[in-house]
Write a protein that binds this ligand. Structure first.
Ligand SMILES: [Zn+2]
Length: 154
């Protein structure tokens, strides 16, 4: 069950739930842990509530698709939708932002507005291509110098 209460305007974070007994992460969370059978109680009265763990960071694209025929409040002709796997094995789905999506590519996940604006906005997971590392940026910004090149002043 998805906890829509976590999408409040002040807390833009999509969270997984951690089983208190075996530590396995789930998203969306089940009522019973598939690993060890520990039960989850959203009220926290009979069984302990499971810890929320924000979803984000490095992940790898498992599969993706283009969604056409979007509702009228979308300005785009289509959007990309992907399923990713994080380093800890957690899998999640969400909006994909990539110029040339490819299975296995490295992405970074964050929570952002995926529909609407203002108070009507809805948040969800967004997966983006990983920003180039500092070394890659430096290599792009500084092309190899040619022999005999000067600093510009003769
Ligand atoms: Zn468990």
């Amino acid at each position: 069950m998805v906890d829509f209460g976590q999408y409040g305007p002040e807390k833009y974070t999509v969270c997984a739930r951690k089983c208190p007994k075996c530590g396995k992460l789930f998203y969306p969370e089940p009522m019973v842990c598939r690993e060890c059978g520990t039960r989850r109680d959203p009220s926290g009265l009979k069984f302990s509530e499971w810890e929320k763990v924000p979803i984000g960071g490095r992940c790898r694209l498992l599969t993706w698709t283009r969604l056409f025929n979007l509702p009228s409040d979308f300005a785009d002709r289509f959007l990309l939708f992907g399923i990713v796997e994080f380093d800890d094995g957690l899998r999640a789905s969400g909006r994909l932002v990539a110029a040339q999506p490819a299975e296995g590519m490295l992405l970074t996940a964050r929570t952002d507005v995926v529909r609407g604006s203002g108070e009507d906005s809805q948040c969800g997971l967004v997966f983006e291509e990983m920003a180039p590392t500092a070394v890659q940026l430096k290599a792009k910004a500084l092309p190899p110098r040619e022999v005999g090149e000067t600093s510009g002043r003769i």
